[in-house]
Design a binder for this molecule. Structure first.
Ligand SMILES: Cc1cc2nc3c(=O)[nH]c(=O)nc-3n(C[C@H](O)[C@H](O)[C@H](O)COP(=O)(O)OP(=O)(O)OC[C@H]3O[C@@H](n4cnc5c(N)ncnc54)[C@H](O)[C@@H]3O)c2cc1C
Length: 413
């Protein structure tokens, strides 16, 4: 066997990359090794549902190597460092792997300890994140006990993975307390560093309108500086304060720690800077990045990793054959936004086109930027699609990597 392709991380992006490479013509000519530190592949979109009792934690976790096609080597070890000059990866215990192509797919790391006071008094009692499994489970118990008062949902800073998930949490919290009959005793506030409910104007208007209709207060340009756990206050850098009885915080995100220890691999946040269209590292041509680990102006979402996968594996093939790369990743992102009461809306966008109304994937299809039961079913179906199509590296018929233009309505804001 010839070339050795090493993939760092066996989450969404690493798994689908390995499986796609294994399915490519000529795959027997290279060896694929995937490295991850544990054996728990968590279906992260399901974390949103755990606090509301809508998903069982143990149903969200599966074995990592069992998601990989045969012929792919799986190594369970912590990655310590990459030496791009020597083309080697050092693992915990001292083992070294040499590579011809390296794919960084080690995701984003939650950094709650980087915000003053966040992991201090109240953390795990009335201050939570639902972005990992222990936090989501703790929050479920906290919501069950919650008898009224002020809940603040706060995004500490960007970038975060799945930027719509905290909004979905706010919508579901409204639904949850209405169903419990206690909504009139619960004040819900959504605080964001953005100047609206979402980054792009058309979607910000629609999502901001939904918050308003559901009686959820929107606080914008709130950059979290400190959590005062004893006083029950979130404090922004500009001095504004938000009192809470229960705080749900999406903490700061950074890339994997080892990226920072690897000379010339990452940026100041430990994400890996790659070309936005080819996914190739700016300084090391044999290094690529995919998924949350990539320092790109695209959303950090599983759907994005799926769309990137097509470009990445195509380009790895071209790189190994000594051919010039093709730059066809366009930043395509596609997300269902659960809004409660068995409804969801769908957003579809890329680097150049913001989320617009219309239909997906063509003039007939699921409604865009509009609540519907069909979109809610789409959100639920995504879990099946994730395990059975996205991770195995299959295409969805009729939905390619590039954002479809048909079906989108251009609107004035
Ligand atoms: C609450 C929530 C809701 C979401 N909802 C959606 C949704 O509805 N739709 C959607 O498309 N996306 C959603 N996402 C985002 C999606 O889950 C992520 O974007 C996706 O999982 C990213 O995949 P990844 O492979 O880049 O990272 P990950 O899946 O996080 O994988 C990274 C892997 O790298 C490994 N790793 C890191 N460092 C090391 C090391 N030093 N040594 C060894 N291994 C290491 C980790 O163990 C991990 O397995 C959601 C995320 C959250 C948190």
């Amino acid at each position: 066997m010839g070339h050795h392709i090493v993939i760092l991380g066996a989450g969404t992006a690493g798994t689908l990359t390995a499986n796609r490479l294994r399915r490519m013509p000529g795959a027997d000519e290279y060896r694929i090794t995937v490295v991850d530190q544990d054996d728990d592949h968590v279906y992260q979109p399901g974390l949103l549902f755990v606090p509301f009792g809508l998903a069982q934690p143990h149903h969200l976790v599966r074995s990592r190597p069992r998601q990989l096609h045969s012929g792919i080597d799986y190594l369970q070890a912590r990655i310590e460092q990459v030496d791009p000059a020597a083309r080697t990866v050092r693992l915990a215990g001292g083992r070294r792997l040499s590579y011809d192509v390296l794919v960084v797919a080690s995701g984003a790391r939650l950094l709650p300890e980087e915000t003053e006071g966040l992991t201090g008094s109240g953390w795990g009692e009335n201050v939570f994140t639902f972005y990992d499994l222990p936090g989501a489970v703790g929050l479920q118990h906290a919501l069950e006990r919650f008898d009224g008062g002020r809940i603040v949902i706060d995004v500490a800073d960007l970038p975060v993975k799945c930027p719509v998930a905290p909004l979905e949490f706010a919508f579901l919290a409204d639904w949850y307390f209405r169903r419990c009959g206690s909504r009139d005793r619960v004040q819900l506030t959504y605080a964001t560093p953005l100047d609206g409910a979402f980054t792009k104007p058309v979607a910000a208007k629609v999502l901001g309108g939904l918050l308003e209709r559901k009686g959820i207060e929107l606080v914008t340009e709130f950059n979290l500086g400190e959590v005062d756990g004893r006083g029950g206050r979130l404090v922004a850098y500009d001095g504004r304060e938000l009192p809470y009885d229960l705080a749900v915080v999406v903490p700061l995100h950074g890339g994997a720690e080892y990226v920072g220890r690897s000379p010339g691999l990452g940026d100041e946040l430990d994400f890996v800077p790659v070309d936005r269209r080819t996914l190739q590292h700016r300084d090391h041509p044999e290094v690529f990045a995919i998924g949350d680990a990539a320092g790109l102006p695209a959303s950090k979402a599983g759907s994005v990793a799926h769309f990137e996968g097509e470009t990445l594996t195509h380009n790895i093939g071209r790189f190994l054959r000594g051919q010039p790369l093709d730059g066809f990743f366009d930043g395509h992102t596609n997300c269902f936004v659960e809004t409660g009461f068995h409804k969801a809306l769908l957003i579809d966008f890329n680097y150049d086109t913001e989320p617009l109304p219309g239909h997906f994937p063509a003039t007939v299809g699921l409604p865009l930027l509009k609540e519907s039961y069909a979109n809610h079913l789409g959100k639920l179906a995504f879990e099946w699609f994730y395990w059975h199509s996205l991770l195995p590296g299959r295409e969805l018929p009729g939905i390619g990597g590039q954002m479809p233009e048909h079906g989108k309505q251009r609107v004035r804001t």
